[in-house]
Design a protein. Structure first.
Length: 135
């Protein structure tokens, strides 16, 4: 039986222009696209930790729309434009995932799409409805 592909939209006009989804669920796997720290009105906080929190708010909404939660996250990727922001951004990641402890990759990049963005975050999740321990 083929896996059903569920597209999760945030309503951003860029999704149709670029041809992507905020998240895609295939079976029990959920892939959340790189998420920028923008509010719906286009504004962006200046503080790196506040930006990370905003990214996780958007990611949390996408996970919920797919029927999952942060507890299902198995991988995170964080893209920073300044290595000096790592501690404050990583501390927010630690708040979110202290007990979950997904695999993480953090990369310093030359730039992100908008000069105001200090971080962009993406996650992958695998739903485990029974929340049973793996053997």
């Amino acid at each position: 039986m083929p896996n059903h592909r569920q597209l999760i939209s945030s309503g951003s006009p860029w999704e149709l222009t670029v041809g992507y989804s905020r998240a895609v669920r295939v079976g029990e796997r959920i892939f959340v696209a790189g998420t920028a720290p923008k509010f719906d009105d286009g504004t962006c906080p200046t503080d790196p930790a506040a930006q990370a929190r905003r990214c996780f708010e958007i990611i949390g909404e996408a996970l919920a729309d797919a029927g999952a939660s942060f507890a299902d996250v198995v991988r995170t990727r964080m893209y920073l434009v300044d290595a000096n922001d790592f501690e404050s951004i990583a501390s927010v990641h630690g708040e979110m995932f202290h007990d979950i402890r997904p695999a993480n990759t953090t990369v310093v990049v030359a730039a992100l799409l908008d000069d105001a963005w200090k971080v962009e975050i993406e996650v992958e999740a695998i739903m485990n409805p029974e929340n049973a321990p793996l053997r």
